[in-house]
Write a protein that binds this ligand. Structure first.
Ligand code: HEC
Ligand code: HEC
Length: 165
């Protein structure tokens, strides 16, 4: 019985791994520097062009912070985000995030909500997470290799399982 259960879990894990989404790794040094200082440099495939125009066009009031950048630098950073936006890029991750609407945040996008909707509030409040936007708390290698594999071993088992892990 136990061996059978383990076998079933392994098969399920293999299936998950095969489908797991991978973001293209951000190589642009300006983007990594300007957008990776306070939080990870988020994958641009997660939001449409119009969202990036709004966000990067108003860095002086960036989610309550003044994150102003030089206009020439902002133009380069915006061009990179637009080129890789969910409604512009044709890579697999972008097509998965493609959706109608302009979202103020990645965490407002339907795909984020689909994938994380079962996580209870205690998870987001956990001292190792603190915010939904702290992708690296769970997807520890996302910046480095684009992986969306989640590692939530820091959470109590009951919370972890509610997130679908
Ligand atoms: C509290 C932990 C946690 C945080 C924080 C978190 N995620 Fe996740 N994420 C998960 C879990 C759990 C899953 C579903 C299981 C899995 O895919 O390993 C998941 C799934 C995903 C998937 C789908 C993977 C697939 O192929 O099905 C993507 C994409 C993703 N997360 C992106 C993000 C992004 C972007 C952020 C930050 C804005 C983020 N996540 C923040 C835990 C988290
Ligand atoms: C001075 C610090 C700082 C810099 C630099 C910065 N951000 Fe942010 N960013 C924040 C804060 C604070 C939040 C809100 C985080 C939260 O709600 O947990 C945020 C949130 C975001 C979000 C929303 C994440 C979510 O919740 O879905 C996006 C998208 C974002 N930033 C993009 C960028 C981009 C693009 C750049 C580079 C042009 C950048 N940020 C540079 C501080 C910064």
């Amino acid at each position: 019985m136990r061996a059978l259960t383990i076998a079933a879990v392994l098969v399920a894990m293999a299936a998950t791994t095969a489908q797991a989404e991978t973001f293209p790794v951000i190589q642009n040094a300006t983007v990594l520097k300007e957008c990776g200082d306070c939080h990870m440099a988020f994958p641009p495939e997660t939001l449409p062009k119009a969202s990036w125009e709004k966000i990067i066009g108003n860095m002086a009031d960036h989610f309550g912070e003044d994150a102003s950048i030089d206009p020439a630098v902002a133009a380069e950073v915006l061009a990179y985000h637009v080129q890789n936006a969910s409604d512009v890029s044709t890579v697999r991750a972008a097509t998965k995030w493609r959706a109608n609407g302009t979202f103020a945040r990645i965490t407002d996008a339907p795909r984020f909500q689909d994938k994380h909707g079962t996580c209870p509030p205690e998870v987001w409040k956990h001292e190792k997470v603190r915010s939904k936007s702290n992708c690296l708390a769970c997807h520890t290698t996302m910046q480095k290799d684009g992986s969306t594999d989640a590692n939530m071993n820091f959470l109590p088992a009951n919370l972890k399982s509610q997130c679908g892990e």
